[in-house]
Design a protein around this ligand. Sequence first.
Ligand code: PLP
Length: 227
Amino acid sequence: MTSITQRLKQIRSQIRDAELVYKRQPGSVLLLAVSKTKPAEDIAAAYHAGQRHFGENYLQEALRKQQELGAYDITWHFIGPIQSNKTKALATHFDWVHSVDSLKIATRLSEQRPAHLPPLNICLQVNISDEQSKSGITLAELPQLYEQIVRLPNLKLRGIMAIPAPQQDFEHQRQPYKTLYQAVAKLNRPELDTFSFGMTGDLKAAIAEGSTIVRIGTALFGERDYG
Ligand SMILES: *Cc1c(COP(=O)(O)O)cnc(C)c1O
């Protein structure tokens, strides 16, 4: 079996290669290791190989692992669907939340962010091509929500996150990211510096279209078992 250390090395080199090929600044794409359903030992293994940013989808599971890994200097990202009764814990225990999809959730996160912590980094999740999923705002809603959320004092609105419907073909993978990137560029807000684009299946297409954070689970930790 390939070890997490070896896989991490491979993914880092894929990211580097894509940065070169698509004329992205070297080191401009952050690797977020998505550790949902995986044990704390796997996170520790990646950590010892130099990985610092980890993404989780399920609050209770994430809080358990954070307890186990309390001594580690990890930057925690929440990337799962958000219920409003979970915002206090999210505001307290995470550095980033990628999946904000309403003014109500954003307002709660801002109000509940503890005063001793820096502003919470957030992304707005935009639903570009997946009609099945109810998560995410539409592109049409983005400009107005931006204006409302950017005023919230304890948040730092960094950019957008998207999970396009899966596509096999590379050009089809690129298309939704291109559309999203252009929509954000049109807002012309330099503080929007984050594009949370790309997973195991479309990392390269995402980097081609401006991703600054790729969220990689399967390629790093192996298939997930939800049993
Ligand atoms: C699970 C998940 C990922 C990781 O997906 P892989 O295909 O395993 O790399 C990325 N982003 C989100 C939002 C996820 O829920």
